[in-house]
Design a protein around this ligand. Structure first.
Ligand SMILES: Nc1nc2c(ncn2[C@@H]2O[C@H](COP(=O)(O)OP(=O)(O)O)[C@@H](O)[C@H]2O)c(=O)[nH]1
Ligand SMILES: [Mg+2]
Length: 329
């Protein structure tokens, strides 16, 4: 991989100035887990915490990328600077267009105040959460006032990715039955704002009523998630959606909840990234150690019980004695 001519200093300065080439390079380095990215983010970190992160999640195909594109157009009208990080491999943003779509993003790509980036989902050392967190910090340091993060709402890494957001928007469409069931069962955390996209679909109203009735079961909240019907492709109700996102932000800010939420999120991210690395380390250690492999074989042959194997592995890999989670009383 070529680092071209960037140094820690020039790359940091370029990011701070919001230079698109510097941003693109910094995020590529972040994706590749390059040590230069690590140093640059370390230098930039004290200048972060100023941008507002909006997570956009939901099943594939509901219109998350289209909605983000429409929201970007809307907030650019208000003069806000914007970053977008998309970790949705099914509909990547690419130059000129949302891939395979009619929506033209050409305006956004030539706009110096907008930076859009699709992130790869292949093997990051500390998981996707790590790369996304670093990318958001880069965009934050670049002075982007708003940063949108798109993820497909499934899987642990996506939950961690969305865990960085200040406001979480869940996007559904008529027919997103699984997500509605997940909301109902409490498997999915209640988002801050719900968009039911593709309101041009005849079943949109039915979906609205269904989601409304699920949310009405949940009374003890200081913030009741508003539900907005949208049509991303025509920009229908995108202004209303933006208004609801802004109201949620105002709610967090007025009650001092934003700082609290961010403190929790940052602690959660550190924990998530550390866990990801610990797991990767564990997997490598066990793979590369015939003695530890024999322990696993012994468990499979029922000669050694699982927790005894865990204890020995933890001792050997992490040098942990009795702190391995078993109680010794
Ligand atoms: N009819 C209709 N189609 C939409 C709407 N929003 C998005 N789409 C289409 O749905 C498909 C998936 O959109 P995309 O934004 O890639 O969804 P994502 O996978 O959630 O990011 C694309 O073909 C869009 O053109 C909408 O409001 N109405
Ligand atoms: Mg998408």
């Amino acid at each position: 991989m070529s680092r071209s001519d960037w140094t820690r200093e020039t790359l940091g300065a370029g990011v701070r100035a919001g230079d698109k080439r510097a941003l693109a390079r910094a995020i590529s380095l972040v994706e590749n887990g390059d040590t230069l990215a690590y140093d640059v983010v370390r230098d930039l970190y004290p200048q972060t915490g100023r941008s507002y992160a909006i997570g956009v999640t939901g099943p594939p195909g509901v219109g998350k990328s289209s909605l983000i594109s429409a929201l970007v157009r809307h907030v650019r009208g208000e003069g806000k600077t914007v970053g977008v990080v998309s970790v949705d491999p099914s509909s990547p943003f690419s130059h000129g267009a949302l891939l395979g779509d009619r929506i033209r993003l050409a305006d956004h790509f030539t706009d110096p105040e907008v930076f859009i980036r699709s992130m790869g989902t292949r093997g990051h050392l500390g998981g996707l959460a790590e790369a996304t967190l670093q990318a958001l910090l880069v965009l934050d340091a670049a002075g982007k006032e708003l940063v949108f993060v798109e993820t497909v709402g499934a899987g642990q890494s996506e939950v961690e990715v969305i865990g960085i957001a200040d406001t979480v928007v869940l996007v559904l469409m008529p027919g997103s039955g699984d997500s509605v069931q997940a909301l109902k069962a409490g498997i999915m955390e209640i988002p801050d704002v719900i968009a039911i996209n593709k309101m041009d679909h005849p079943a949109a109203k039915t979906m609205l009523n269904e989601v409304r009735s699920i949310l009405s079961l949940d009374r003890e909240r200081d913030w009741r998630p508003p539900i907005v019907l949208t049509e991303a492709t025509r920009g229908e109700n995108v202004d209303v959606l933006w208004q609801k996102i802004s109201e949620h932000r105002a709610h967090l800010e007025s009650a001092g909840l934003l700082e609290q939420r961010r403190r929790e999120h940052l602690a959660g991210e550190v924990f998530a990234v550390a866990s990801g690395r610990a797991k990767a380390h564990l997997v490598r250690a066990v793979e590369g150690d015939p003695e530890l492999q024999r322990l696993l074989d012994a468990v499979q042959r029922r000669e050694l019980d699982p927790l005894s194997a865990v204890r020995e592995i933890m001792e050997k890999v992490f040098k942990l004695g009795n702190e391995d989670g078993t109680h010794t009383r």
